[in-house]
Write a protein that binds this ligand. Structure first.
Ligand code: FMN
Ligand code: SF4
Length: 689
């Protein structure tokens, strides 16, 4: 039953001519599917509709062929032939009474057009701004171009209407979107009636919205997504200017969609930002306009959400990542199932899909972008196979997710954990600075499993092949994780590098176990994800003189794909870490390391009392190998299958482990969920059908 404190979240709310059934508003978010496969995204939005969202948006949708972001995967609405796929999307969104929204974008100086090779158009002739530093420049829009651009928006609005959408969001936030480019003095250096004063810079948005209203009539709502603060220096569109703009144009859109962050500072989605982190920037804006406001901030707590609405800060609770991690978030609040909410951990793995042109994954939600596959419903019981029970050895993210998904198929499950705590790598990583939310991966599953009669978790239960054969479970899943290597093997060194006697070499596992090196410490990061940066910062803050050495051109290189790198680099500088890029480590000695330039044979000495080797991990697969060696005994022991999953199979990001756990559970007893996503799959084959 719903807690009355949250009733306000379920009050209907008007947006222009429309009424949303509640305050849960899924703001636009990409998913890696993009124009290549809107059907997979449609299935994903369909699940959100079932999950109770009042408003559901597409991701950004480019509306003209002179605008396209590579490597981003966004939608397209360039021409009439793009309408049918999008109509299927809007139909899916509306299945449970949600309003369906489409976000229209013209990327201007954020659209390098690497595929189309078209010249991007922007308010001023400036170099394109993307992470990939594309050597492309935009041409300044002349008066005819502006007329054309207005016409393209009108065409896109008409097509959106034909495609069945209720709302159109115009993109002018995060550094994306021509609207922001016009509004910001940094990107609008024009001296005509579209540049200079705020009145002039606002003109383009006023004209487009007026044109669109004329073209589509008064049955659809138009929303405007603007940045709350560009944070790009003096010329940026500041929070004060945003307020002036909104006050000056209070009735311009039917709803103000306010979202912090720019491409340059990536201050929007970030694990460094706690829930409701944008509250300060949005507070008081409602005094400037009567139009409803939606804001974001990794909202997962209904108390925080209710407070945002009750205090008049927001009318709608905007969620991108929380809706990815748990598409059923509104429904769970409505049904009083708060403990069942699968909270986003802020890891931003979901963004890597965009950045790498691949279908997105979510650490918490292994079925994100898998909704199109048949035979699985995330909230219901699913079909069981022929066997009855499964023993899972290891309780890390892979093992716990496998246990949870197997419960949902009706198997009896036993989980054996060698340590006295469950969670595997996460049990320790969650204790590192900035990673406490990682613990949600374990806590969610721990709670869910504690509610099921068909699962038992055994702590301090280290199993060997003898005991597993003796227990005689029908299926055995080995999810025993991995350990960090200290032997000098890394991406740079496929055979171990020389480590002199007396040299002190530590691994992340040592540090997480409480052994903290001091003095001059080299953190050798050839892993390139978060661990190197996190440990370097930790050691520096504890007084060590830290040098982070990485063969990459960037600190924590892979975090570029999660939009986090830009936050990590300055944190390290501030903590006093010396950063050495494009250099490896080739020898380790008691008082120094030999470091080499990755492009030449040149070497340097870096003085060091200790080295933390964040290099690669070793699968913990001993039990599996022992069992494999005794395969002949399986039948007598009643064992039908033994499978190795997660880091124990091949170490990777946590999202890979939860996915492996889920997939194992789905495929047990001959279930085959198929290969990678085939593009343009027919929407008729959906789990929601
Ligand atoms: C994977 C991903 C893709 C996104 N794509 C878009 C997009 O297409 N358009 C947009 O306006 N914002 C996009 N965003 C930003 C979100 O709409 C939102 O403003 C931001 O994630 C903060 O909200 P949250 O804390 O609820 O995630 C994206 C965010 C994520 C995580
Ligand atoms: S991938 Fe990480 S940040 Fe993205 S929704 Fe899932 S848990 Fe949240």
């Amino acid at each position: 039953m719903r807690d009355p404190r949250y009733d306000i979240l379920f009050e209907p709310m008007k947006i222009g001519p429309l009424t949303a059934k509640n305050r849960f508003y899924q703001v636009p978010h990409c998913n890696g599917g993009g124009y290549r496969d809107p059907s997979a995204a449609a299935a994903m939005r369909g699940i959100k509709a079932e999950g109770g969202w009042g408003v559901i948006f597409t991701e950004q949708c480019e509306m003209h062929h002179t605008s396209e972001i590579t490597p981003f995967i966004e939608l397209r609405l360039w021409e009439d032939k793009d309408i049918p796929q999008l109509r299927k999307m809007s139909e899916r969104m509306k299945t449970h009474g949600a309003l369906a929204g489409i976000q229209l974008a013209y990327s201007g100086i954020n659209g390098p057009n690497l595929y189309t090779k078209e010249v991007p158009l922007a308010p001023s002739a400036l170099p394109i701004r993307t992470f990939t530093n594309d050597p492309v420049q935009a041409r300044a829009l002349d008066k005819q171009d502006i007329k054309d651009l207005r016409r393209w928006f009108v065409n896109a609005a008409k097509r959106s209407k034909d495609a069945g959408f209720d709302l159109i969001c115009l993109y002018g936030a995060h550094g994306f979107g021509i609207f922001q480019h016009f509004l910001s003095r940094a990107t609008n250096q024009r001296s005509d009636e579209y540049g200079g004063s705020l009145e002039n810079r606002a003109r383009f948005s006023q004209e487009v919205i007026a044109d669109m209203r004329d073209a589509i009539g008064d049955t659809m709502a138009i929303t405007l997504r603007v940045s709350l603060d560009e944070t790009i220096g003096e010329l940026g569109f500041s929070n004060a200017e945003v307020r002036d703009y909104i006050e000056m144009n209070k009735d311009l859109p039917d709803l103000w969609d306010l979202a912090q962050g720019t491409w340059e500072d990536c201050s929007g989605p970030s694990r460094f930002k706690e829930e409701a982190a944008q509250e300060q920037l949005v507070r008081g804006i409602h005094e400037l306009t009567d139009k409803p406001i939606v804001g974001v901030g990794r909202f997962t707590s209904p108390d925080v959400m209710a407070k945002m609405v009750k205090t008049g800060t927001l009318d709608f609770i905007g969620c991108a990542r929380p809706s990815i991690a748990d598409p059923f978030l509104p429904k769970k609040i409505e049904e009083g199932r708060i403990e069942d909410i699968r909270e986003c951990i802020g890891c931003n793995i979901c963004i890597t899909g965009d950045m790498t042109m691949s279908i997105s994954r979510c650490t918490q939600n292994p079925t994100f972008m898998e909704e199109w596959r048949k035979g699985w419903h995330p909230e219901k019981m699913n079909d069981k196979g022929d066997s009855d029970n499964v023993l899972i050895v290891g309780s890390g993210p892979a093992g716990l997710e496998a246990a949870w998904a197997l419960c949902r198929r009706g198997y009896d499950v036993a989980v054996a954990e060698a340590r006295d705590v469950i969670g595997g790598r996460v049990a320790r990583e969650r204790l590192l600075p900035g990673l406490s939310a990682w613990g949600r991966v374990v806590d969610y599953r721990d709670y869910q499993l504690s509610q099921r009669p068909n699962v038992e978790i055994y702590r301090e239960s280290e199993l060997d092949a003898d005991s597993i054969l003796e227990f005689g479970f029908e299926n055995v899943c080995i999810a025993t994780g991995s350990t960090w290597r200290r032997d000098g093997v890394s991406r740079q060194h496929v055979v171990p590098m020389p480590i002199a006697e007396g040299a002190k070499v530590y691994t992340p596992d040592d540090l997480m176990d409480g052994t903290i090196p001091s003095g001059r410490v080299v953190v050798y990061d050839d892993d390139h994800y978060y661990m190197g940066g996190v440990l370097a910062e930790l050691l520096a803050k504890q007084g060590a003189q830290v040098t982070l050495v990485t063969p990459s051109a960037f600190v924590s290189d892979w975090t570029n794909n999660t939009l986090e790198q830009i936050a990590i680099h300055p944190r390290l500088i501030e903590a006093g870490v010396e950063i050495v890029l494009n250099q490896g480590v080739t020898e380790i000695h008691p008082d120094h390391v030999v470091s080499n330039c990755v492009y030449t044979d040149r070497t340097w000495k870096i003085e060091a009392d200790a080295v933390v080797m964040v290099a690669s991990r070793l699968e913990t697969n001993g039990v599996y190998n022992d069992l494999k060696a005794r395969e002949a005994e399986w039948a007598d022991a009643g064992i039908k299958s033994v499978k190795l999953i997660g880091d124990a199979n091949a170490p990777g990001p946590i999202a890979w482990a939860t996915y492996a756990g889920h997939r194992y559970a789905r495929e047990l007893d001959g279930g085959d969920i198929g290969d990678a996503l085939p593009f343009r799959r027919e929407i008729t084959e959906l789990a929601v059908d």
